[in-house]
Design a protein. Structure first.
Length: 108
């Protein structure tokens, strides 16, 4: 999949609406609501805690797991699919849009 605008991470704050089971339903980005149109992919990565020097009292929570989602979204039922990569840092409620790619761009 090719990135649309740039190869550097976007890191744009977005709002994500989740289903009761914990999967994303929609993403609010750039003043629009993008509906999730395919099964999302979920994974975790680790932060480089040794470089951040982030400290927390014992029992405060997880400081190393970064939550990630890859979702295929569209604006309307007839619009083209796009892929959004989302990330949430440890102990944060804020989701970031890391990258956008066009689904059809890989086949071109």
């Amino acid at each position: 999949m090719a990135r649309t605008a740039t190869d550097r991470p976007l890191n744009v704050p977005v709002q994500v609406r989740f289903a009761a089971v914990g999967t994303p339903l929609a993403v609010r980005y750039d003043g629009r609501i993008w509906a999730v149109a395919a099964e999302p992919v979920h994974w975790f990565t680790r932060s480089d805690w040794w470089n951040t020097a982030q400290r927390a009292p014992v029992g405060i929570g997880n400081l190393v797991d970064i939550e990630n989602w890859r979702v295929q979204v569209r604006l309307t039922s007839t619009s083209a699919l796009r892929t959004f990569e989302l990330r949430r840092a440890p102990l944060s409620d804020q989701w970031l849009l890391v990258a956008i790619s066009d689904v059809g761009a890989a086949a071109a």
